[in-house]
Write a new protein. Sequence first.
Length: 364
Amino acid sequence: MQKTKKAILYLEDGFFFIGKSLGSSGETFGEVCFNTGMTGYQEILTDPSYAKQMIVMSSPHIGNYGTNNEDIESNEIHATGFIIKSESIAPSNWRSQDSLNSFLIQNKIIGIQDIDTRALTIHLRNNGAMRGIISTEDFSKESLSKKMKDVPKMEGQDLSIEVTRSKKTTLCKREKPQFKIAAIDFGMKSNIYDIMLNNGAEVTIYPANVEANEVLSNNPDGIFLSNGPGDPAAIDYAIETVKKLIGKKPIFGICLGHQILALAMGAKTFKMKFGHRGINQPVKNLKTSKIEITSQNHGFAVEEESLPRDVVVTHKHLNDDTIAGIECKNYMAYSVQYHPESSPGPHDSRYVFKRFFQMMEENA
């Protein structure tokens, strides 16, 4: 077991916490945001949507079931820091292969533990997500305050280009796939394409900066816009690509893909105070009036007042009435702000994938 060191979490408003090191030692920075999930820490850490963010787990005890090689959403940890109250030093689960601390060390992730994460969560709820620094080396408030000036804000950052794949990849589990899906990777989680593959589709995944003519050249049955990190309004090349794709094929978007679809149709997005991150987020389906418990991870949202007349809201988040889903009246295009692939999280919303397959079948 690695010996812990003294560590500090310093926030841009001068608020700070002193604790102990978790994972690697050193110094790291990013936007500090909180996740209310009690489980799923390994999927959360490997979700590309958390790029350039330091994750606070509001649940006090993390790491109790260890880590393994299966519960991952990408090949690396994209978060820049991990903040918890207490790590379980004796994980107990038949699938466990290593401890959380070892997993963080292997991936060179710097974290902090033994701080009051619920007090930190309340501070972020009251004041908003903000930039922070974790350090096991520098404990001078004056020095850390100066360093904070060089930490970029999330607004205006195109992070998809940093986490997307470098070249086109085609995946398939069947000799004769039922549908061909073109997926644009803005930071795509593996469980999303796994669901598509398990439903008999061939999935060709393109880099975030792919052009519309390349996507259409393979004559896909449908186009998927993935989740991802950063400010959607900063990804101007993707917005222009999606504008050219609307009306050509059925389109389905999740999270950042939802925001990019809305921007391509003429809407606007805004930075939320502290966002939605957790596996217990309530959403109302406005068509059925049913309530779904969803998994979410986003710090930006679509501005309802900016939606064009041919775009309707299909889902609303019940905590703050923000948009959680839209569809276009004139074209086969729809999207959701939450994560129906539910990795981690509940399976209430898996039906949105079925709708995508139905749209492709109707358009065949």
